[in-house]
Design a protein around this ligand. Structure first.
Ligand code: NDP
Ligand code: 8X3
Length: 251
């Protein structure tokens, strides 16, 4: 019997990569996407032996690239059972009036429009196949806001609203829609937010034990392996030392 096919966006690092690893060990075949082809190829060869892997290298912000990537799938990869909308980022950490507007464009185009383009392209196939599941990676920043988080928080609030709306529209099509909302997880996220500044990127994690990408991957595995009558709509996962986005107990 063929394994379910999962497409993971942003699988070249962090939560996406860890999710690929855990799903590979748990009876899924994988379509992995991201912009860094060298990483995609490395991960593909590391997973060889556990499952089948197909890679798609494209920029999720570009609607044409999204369409072409999905249309390029060989027939044996076209029946996607599970879409994990994970690709995303924060770019910059500034007071609203001091933000670089290009950072806003990048976050809106990636976190929001990229998720929309992917879902819009993949869902018709799921409907044709009689069902599926979408997992949107949100954030605690989609539930709460914090100083200098402005537009990143806005994009993640939008992911939260969209997940609820998609869940309603997908109901009659047997497509489960889940959101996972992590608190602080140590991945490349902070390095990207601070544009490669290693020192600044470590500040958020000082004095606490952050989540790991694997912590979130384990939760995603749980969400996508429930029986067909069970849908985990939403999961909020925080480091034990973080009570809210602004209440962190640091040693
Ligand atoms: P990483 O920076 O480690 O990974 C981000 C992934 O997104 C990479 O694989 C990257 O691939 C991909 N990506 C970014 N931009 C694009 C693009 N334009 N086109 C295609 N792929 C893209 O961060 P995380 O693993 O932490 O982040 C994953 C998700 O989790 C994000 O949505 C983030 O907002 C969310 N999240 C993260 C938290 C954290 O504290 N780390 C907490 C809550 C939510 P490439 O560069 O190769 O394109
Ligand atoms: C990432 C978590 O708290 O840095 O979404 O916004 S936080």
């Amino acid at each position: 019997m063929s394994k379910p096919i999962v497409l993971i966006t942003g699988a070249t690092a962090g939560i996406g990569e860890a999710t690929a690893e855990i799903l590979a060990k748990n009876n899924f075949d994988l379509i992995l996407t991201g912009r860094r082809n060298d990483r995609l190829e490395k991960i593909k060869s590391a997973l060889k032996g556990s499952c089948k892997v197909h890679t798609l290298c494209f920029d999720i912000r570009d609607r044409k690239q999204v369409d072409q990537a999905i249309e390029s799938l060989p027939p044996e990869w076209q029946n996607i059972d599970l879409l994990i909308n994970n690709a995303g980022l924060a770019s910059g950490f500034d007071m609203f009036h001091e933000c670089d507007i290009d950072d806003w464009e990048v976050m809106i185009d990636t976190n929001l429009k990229g998720l929309l383009y992917m879902s819009r392209k993949v869902v018709p196939g799921m409907i044709k196949n009689g069902g599926g599941q979408i997992v949107n990676v949100g954030s605690i920043a989609g539930r709460e806001v914090y100083e200098k988080g402005n537009v990143y928080c806005a994009t993640k609030h939008a992911v939260e609203a969209l997940s609820q709306a998609m869940r309603i529209d997908m109901l009659r099509h047997n497509i489960k829609v889940s959101t996972i909302s992590p608190g602080m997880a140590e991945t490349e996220f902070s390095l990207v937010r601070f544009k490669g500044d290693k020192e600044k990127s470590q500040i958020p994690y000082k004095g606490i034990v952050p989540l790991s990408a694997e912590d979130i991957a384990e939760a995603i595995l749980f969400m996508v392996t429930r029986p067909s009558h069970v849908s985990v709509h939403d999961m909020l996962i925080m480091p034990s030392l973080q009570a809210s986005v602004v209440h962190t107990l640091r040693e």
